[in-house]
Design a protein around this ligand. Structure first.
Ligand SMILES: [Cu+2]
Length: 241
């Protein structure tokens, strides 16, 4: 028993060290584009939480497996049989209940963040987007101007009202993190608040035919004044309650 405690302590320390190493590698490998929307921040926190969990579970399995393989390997000349044992109720309850708690906790955390990022803000600017094979049209609700470039005001809550001319498409700007399918025959919505002025790429993220990969558009996040000049109307009149 004394010996077992030492093994468990060693495994515990190794798992903690490996968790940090695996997280560090994951963080290094998964190069995220800059977070350029209000919604991107809690989403990135959620992803980091998942990466920590992934790093821990991976380390737990691999460290125990390698540790046992090396320390309890059959020594030369040892022809004996291993000890036979069957069933361990405490262990079985633990490995059922603990993962269940973790899954429920992460589910709860995700739900809270999803509610938070999709909540309707006070003064949102509505922009229409229409996807088609293979391109995008953008317009404001009370304007006849249609553009192929999406111009958005910075630090302003946006609601994209999206329709499709033909098949399924998907609105995705990696820097904003959020994503929404566009479904023919109905309008779908996506909320986000751009926080950094600059140029981004809107990518169709739903396989929609031969030129799916070419279905991109430039997104320009500009100052509110520039937005007003571009659309020739005030941000306030563009917003709708
Ligand atoms: Cu598409």
């Amino acid at each position: 028993m004394q010996n077992n405690t030492r093994h468990f302590a060693a495994i515990g320390v190794l798992v903690v060290i490996f968790t940090f190493v695996v997280y560090w590698i994951l963080d290094l490998v998964l190069l995220f584009p800059p977070a350029a929307s209000v919604q991107a921040v809690p989403i990135d926190t959620l992803i980091q939480g998942h990466l920590w969990l992934i790093a821990f579970l991976f380390s737990l399995v691999v460290v125990v497996m390698v540790y046992v393989l090396f320390l309890f390997r059959r020594r030369e000349g040892d022809e004996g049989e291993g000890q036979y044992f069957h069933g361990n109720t405490t262990l079985e309850i633990l490995w059922t209940v603990l993962p269940m708690i973790v899954v429920i906790a992460f589910g709860y955390w995700s739900t809270v963040i999803l509610n938070d990022i999709s909540r309707r803000p006070d003064n949102e600017v509505i922009v229409n987007a229409e996807g088609y094979q293979w391109g995008w049209n953008f317009s404001l609700p009370n304007s006849d101007t249609v553009t192929q470039e999406l111009v958005l005001p910075v630090d302003t809550p946006i609601r994209m009202d999206m329709t499709s001319k033909d098949v399924l498409h998907n609105f995705w700007v990696p820097e904003f993190r959020v994503k929404q399918d566009i479904v023919p025959g109905r309008t779908t919505y996506l909320r986000f608040t751009p926080t950094i002025e600059g140029e981004y790429t809107l990518i169709c993220s739903e396989l929609c035919g031969l030129n799916h990969t070419g279905m991109v558009a430039t997104v320009r996040v500009v100052s509110r004044a520039e937005f007003a000049t571009f659309w020739n109307q005030d941000v306030q009149t563009a917003s709708s309650k």
